[in-house]
Design a protein around this ligand. Structure first.
Ligand SMILES: [Fe+2]
Length: 234
């Protein structure tokens, strides 16, 4: 018998710690934690009692422009290059642009509901503070290739299965990330976090990346670089 597992979703996870070229990593972590908590306290609260605070909708969506995070985004850039190599892509032919980056703060019982970053190509999540009981990251398949009956892989259909579910017969997968991890995945992938369980807040940074072609001649699908675009309105 031969079983072929086809069409995987690749989620790239790399421990990068707390990049601090001129200081101690633990001090770097603490300065980022304090900076983000102050940002959260000075802004509007989350939408509900169970929603995590997400800086992208609170006026704090350009962390990559803030000097305090420069070492982090340098490490993220290196990580994205490695991800592209893993995918067999020639990164010398493309331009990578950070378009948005923001913090997410989850206190106990707070979570991030299912969503995707549909305006983006690649997304990054980096975990600055992640207690062991912290909400894990969940990925959802919008159309599991093996779900031959629609709805078959929903959690409430579990009594129909004789063994623990695997990626081959699930519509979602949980990834238990560690503090200091960087996760890279296609932005169109639907994802969420479990409700946070710890008294210590879970703090992460999300970033969106758009990819353009350096040379668009003879290529149909990727965007030409934005330097060739022409703004049409005033
Ligand atoms: Fe997200």
């Amino acid at each position: 018998m031969k079983i072929l597992e086809l069409f995987p979703l690749t989620v790239f996870c790399q421990p990068i710690g707390f990049p601090a070229p001129e200081g101690h990593p633990e001090e770097q972590k603490n300065s980022w934690v304090q900076h983000i908590l102050q940002m959260r306290e000075a802004s509007d609260p989350p939408r509900s009692d169970i929603s995590a605070w997400t800086g992208d909708v609170k006026g704090h969506e350009f962390l990559h422009k803030e000097p305090i995070f420069e070492p982090l985004f340098d490490s993220i850039a290196t990580g994205v290059e490695t991800y592209l190599q893993q995918m067999g892509l020639d990164s010398t032919q493309i331009n990578l642009y950070l378009t948005r980056s923001w913090a997410v703060v989850a206190y106990k019982n707070e979570r991030v509901n299912r969503h995707a970053h549909l305006q983006s190509h690649l997304s990054v999540a980096y975990y600055i503070q992640k207690p062991q009981e912290g909400g894990r990251l969940a990925f959802f398949s919008s159309g599991p290739p093996n779900e031959f009956v629609p709805g078959l892989f929903e959690p409430r259909m579990g009594s129909l299965f004789t063994s623990p579910r695997s990626p081959a017969n699930s519509a979602n997968t949980i990834v238990d990330v560690e503090e200091g991890d960087m996760v890279i995945f296609p932005s169109k992938t639907v994802h969420a976090t479990e409700p946070h369980q710890s008294e210590t807040p879970r703090i992460s940074i999300s970033a969106d990346i758009v990819i353009t072609l350096k040379e668009s001649k003879n290529h149909e699908f990727l965007l030409p670089d934005f330097s060739y675009w022409k703004k049409m309105n005033t």
